[in-house]
Design a protein around this ligand. Sequence first.
Ligand code: ADP
Length: 540
Amino acid sequence: MHGRMMFQPLLISSLLEHAAEFHKDTLIVSKNTDGSLYETNWGDVSDNAKRGAKALNELKLIHGDCIATLAWNNHRHLEAWYAISGSGLICHTINPRLFPEQLIFIINDAQDKAIIFDKTFLPLITGIKAHIPLVQHFICLDAPDEKIRQALPEVLFYDDLIAGQTAEYTWPEFDETTASSLCYTSGTTGNPKGALYSHRSTVLHSLAASLPDSLNLSAKDIILPVVPMFHVHAWGTPYAAAMVGASIILPGPGLDGESLVKLIDQYEVTVALGVPTIWQSLLVAAKAMNSSLTSLKRNVIGGSACPPSMLATFRDVYDCETIHAWGMTEASPLGTANQFKAKHKQLSQDQQAKLRLSQGRPPFGVSIRLVSEERGTDLVPHDGETIGNLQIKGHWIVDKYFGQSDSPLTSDGWFDTGDIASIDADGYLHISDRAKDLIKSGGEWISSVELENIAMGHPEIAMAAVIAAQHPKWDERPVLIAVKHPDSQITEQQLMDYYADKIAKWQTPDKVIFVDAIPLSGTGKMLKRKLREEYGHVLM
Ligand code: ADP
């Protein structure tokens, strides 16, 4: 017997309908590509999304077609997202920082029928256009511009398209398991692979991400997603913000520390989200600008491990609570978030600080487990110490990669994340490393993250990456690549000595190499692969 309750498919359009009905005048701020600020609200975003959906229909794009977006976090991009997925098309967000060959690969792999782009990326489009024959429409997310038309004669302009439509439109209703959006992994190994999200997975993910023990989002919040919309949907915040009716500040291309501090102070941002490298430059800027980031009550750090020193600075200097979260493209991305339980109130300050460093525990909807590194099938105890391969399962975890028939799952249905971790009895996850970044020194394993965290705790070090360098005797040994603060005179020996009382001697890096900058991936993570290529032989 079925329950006698209404059934409504969980559709992305319903998030926007809710925001438009109950949070119509809630502010949405957008930084344009030219640096100017534009203020709108959920009501207008909803109207424009409907206009956009009608315009896309008129371009003969049909249910299930992939539409690529190549854009910064801005209001037109937000409207386009809802227009695409809401009308039954698939929104394929592309990372503009990929190499042209990767762009061509993923556009052709997804069979994108249209590309919606910010004018900043016009040269990218004209550069690859000859290699993406399936793309029928190029839509510039801007007002008409003759220069762009000269470079790309068939271009359509977003502002024109929506100006030609009324906002009279009813979002279509379809099966909630319909594909809504497509996001490729960054492809550190081989070609990028596509994670194809559904309406259902996206709505459920938004619910889980908004919960108090996750990102704790509500209509009282002013959210600044610094993490780009092309990096796993800005961690789902544009959907979650509509669901809870939060205000959202879209920073456009201005991701430097100074621009972000200005936005936080001007719009009284309450919660901001980004990878550690973003926060690094924000902290430098906040100090230089003498800002106390008064409104910022919490920040979400994920994508790579949050250095303990960063967490302490936010807590002690800015009275800002850091939520350390773990996730991945294949997990939409939220896997775990760090929030205390009631019983943790009794812990000492030191114990609390230690627990806050963990990547946290899963919300309802995600399960996590560890399996033995040697024997992939044996389960590893959740005792907070034993490490194993982290596997996940849940409503918003990938089942198959886009366009691939083989299952990436284990025979009992779990997804192996490629991360090495421990889990404690309360479910708190502690990521030791990515499997490929672990340093295997003479049969012992050394966590690169742990060594980086120590270096980052040194007041004269701005950024640190530890790689496995080949070693004639030990197979691999850790080498630290570090960036000093501009006025620092620190030497290699001084930095090595800094490890003395913090870690076993055999784990201390064999060498320190000072560089001006560490190469970053398109999503702002340290490109250790590149560093390994460059410095992997220094000990041979
Ligand atoms: P990529 O790094 O390849 O661009 P993702 O953005 O999907 O792809 O990254 C997912 C990976 O990032 C995880 O498997 C994990 O290794 C790492 N990661 C994410 N969040 C954290 C975190 N809080 N601490 C440590 N590692 C993290």
